[in-house]
Design a protein around this ligand. Structure first.
Ligand SMILES: Cc1cc2nc3c(=O)[nH]c(=O)nc-3n(C[C@H](O)[C@H](O)[C@H](O)COP(=O)(O)OP(=O)(O)OC[C@H]3O[C@@H](n4cnc5c(N)ncnc54)[C@H](O)[C@@H]3O)c2cc1C
Length: 379
C-alpha cells in the first residue's frame, strides 16, 4: 500500500498511525481530523482540565519526537465527507480529496443531546471543555442531566470548584443497568457524600432561561446546564460508501469492514454486535486492525479487556470484564459502605468482572489472576 488514510485524528486514529509504523509500514499516512487541534486526550476534559489544573499542552497525544518519527501528513480542520472505495479516495470538506489504498475509520462520535436541551452544554471536545469552564464562575448553579460517567465527573469537578450541583437522572440509580443495584448505590453515595443533589427517577423535559423544567412541571433553577447522555457515532460521511453502518461501522471480529482495505477502530467500531466507548478499547484495537489492514484479510481477532476507569470526587472507580445484570456480585475486600473496596462478578463459577473503588492494587491483582478474558469474537 502506498498511502493509508486515517480518518479521525484522536486516540484511535493516533494509535493506528503509531501501529502502522510499528508494524513496518513505510508508505504515506494521511491523518484527517475535523478538529483544528493536534490530537489530544479526552479523559482530562471532564476532570483536571475542566477544573483548570491541567494545561492544554498536557493533553497532547503526540510529542515533538513522535511527530518527527511518524512522518504524518496532517489534514486538520477538515472533515471527511465521503468514502469512495471504487475510486480509492476520501473526499474532504474543503473540496480536496485523498487517494488511499487503505483506510482506517477512527471518527469516534459526537455528544448526544436531548430534545428541549439544544442550548445546553455538552462535553466531547477541548473546545466544549473550554466553553463549559468559562461558565463555571463563582456562584453558578449547575444542573447536569445524566448521571453516567461523564455527568458524574462533571458534577464532581464542579463541586471541587465550590459550585452547587444538581444531577438529574432518569434511572432509579446511576448506571444501574451496567453496575447493578449495589454498585449503583455506591455511585449515588459518592454524590451525596460530596454535597451533590442527585435526583433519580426524574424526567427532564426541557431547558428554560431560569433552569430545567421537569416533566412533573417543577423547575430546577440553573445558570449552567450540561447534558451528559452519551454519544452518537460519527458515520454520516460513510453514506453511499457501501459499508454497513448502524450505530457504528460494522466490522468482523478483526475490525475489518466489508471491504478488506477498510478497518474501523475506537468508539465508532461496532464488532461482535456492540461498540465500546472507552479509552482502553480505542487504544487496544489498533494492533489488530492494522495487522489485518496490512495483511489484506482478517488474520487476527480482537479480544476486548473491557477496562474502564472513572474519577469521581475522592474516588477512582475501575471496572474490567463484561459483567451482565444477572451475574453474582461478591465483595472480596471491604464492603459497599467503605471508602475503598473490591468486588467481583461470578457466572457459572467463573469471575467475569472486577470492580474497585480506590483499590487499584487489589483490582489489578484480581484482574490479572481471576478474570478470564472472553474468547475472541467469532469472525
Ligand atoms: C469528557 C470525556 C471524558 C472521558 N473520560 C474517560 C475515562 O475516564 N475513562 C475511559 O475509559 N474513557 C473516557 N472517555 C472516553 C474516551 O476518551 C474515548 O473512548 C476515546 O476518546 C475514543 O477515541 P476515538 O479516537 O475512538 O474517538 P474520538 O475521541 O471521539 O475521536 C474521533 C475524532 O474524529 C473526528 N471526526 C469525526 N468525524 C470526522 C470526519 N467526518 N472527518 C474527520 N474527522 C472526524 C472527531 O472530530 C474526533 O476528533 C472520556 C471521553 C470524554 C469525551
Amino acid at each position: 500500500m502506498k498511502r493509508i488514510a486515517v480518518v479521525g485524528a484522536s486516540l484511535a486514529g493516533v494509535r493506528a498511525a503509531q501501529e502502522l509504523r510499528a508494524q513496518g509500514y513505510d508508505g504515506g499516512i494521511v491523518l484527517i481530523g475535523e478538529e483544528r487541534h493536534l490530537p489530544y486526550d479526552r479523559p482530562p476534559l471532564s476532570k483536571a482540565f475542566l477544573a483548570g489544573t491541567a494545561s492544554a499542552a498536557s493533553l497532547e497525544l503526540l510529542d515533538a519526537g513522535d511527530l518527527a518519527s511518524l512522518a504524518l501528513d496532517f489534514r486538520l480542520g477538515v472533515r471527511a465527507t465521503a468514502l469512495e472505495p471504487a475510486n480509492r479516495r476520501v473526499v474532504l470538506s474543503d473540496g480536496t480529496s485523498v487517494h488511499a489504498d487503505g483506510v482506517v475509520i477512527a471518527t469516534g462520535g459526537r455528544a448526544r443531546t436531548l430534545p428541549g436541551f439544544e442550548a445546553a452544554r455538552t462535553l466531547r471536545t477541548v473546545d466544549d471543555a473550554l466553553a463549559l469552564r468559562s461558565s463555571l464562575v463563582p456562584g453558578a448553579r449547575v444542573v447536569v442531566v445524566g448521571a453516567g460517567f461523564i455527568g458524574a465527573e462533571v458534577a464532581s469537578t464542579c463541586r471541587s470548584l465550590g459550585l452547587d450541583v444538581v444531577v438529574l437522572e432518569a434511572l432509579a440509580a446511576p448506571m444501574e443497568p451496567v453496575l447493578g443495584p449495589e454498585l449503583a448505590a455506591v455511585c449515588a453515595r459518592l454524590h451525596a457524600d460530596h454535597g451533590t443533589d442527585l435526583r433519580c427517577g426524574v424526567s427532564a423535559a426541557g431547558m428554560e432561561e431560569a433552569g430545567v423544567r421537569l416533566a412533573d412541571g417543577s423547575l430546577v433553577p440553573a445558570d449552567v446546564v450540561v447534558v451528559g447522555v452519551g454519544m452518537t457515532p460519527a458515520t454520516e460521511w460513510l453514506a453511499g460508501s457501501g459499508l454497513t453502518v448502524g450505530d457504528g461501522v460494522h466490522t468482523d471480529a478483526g475490525l475489518v469492514t466489508s471491504l478488506p482495505s477498510v478497518v474501523a477502530v475506537g468508539d465508532v467500531a461496532r464488532y461482535g454486535g456492540r461498540r465500546h466507548e472507552h479509552w482502553t478499547n480505542a487504544s487496544e484495537q489498533a494492533p489488530v486492525a492494522v495487522a489485518n489492514l496490512l495483511a489484506g484479510r482478517t488474520s487476527r481477532t480482537y479480544t476486548p479487556s473491557g477496562y474502564v476507569w472513572s474519577d469521581q470526587y475522592s474516588g477512582r472507580l475501575q471496572l474490567a470484564g463484561h459483567p451482565r445484570p444477572d451475574d453474582t456480585l461478591t465483595f472480596v475486600d471491604g464492603d459497599p459502605s467503605s471508602a475503598s473496596f473490591v468486588a467481583t462478578w461470578q457466572r457459572d463459577g467463573e469471575t467475569v468482572g472486577v470492580f474497585a473503588l480506590n483499590n487499584a492494587k487489589q483490582f489489578n491483582r484480581l484482574r490479572r489472576q481471576a478474570l478470564r478474558r472472553p474468547a475472541a469474537l467469532p469472525t
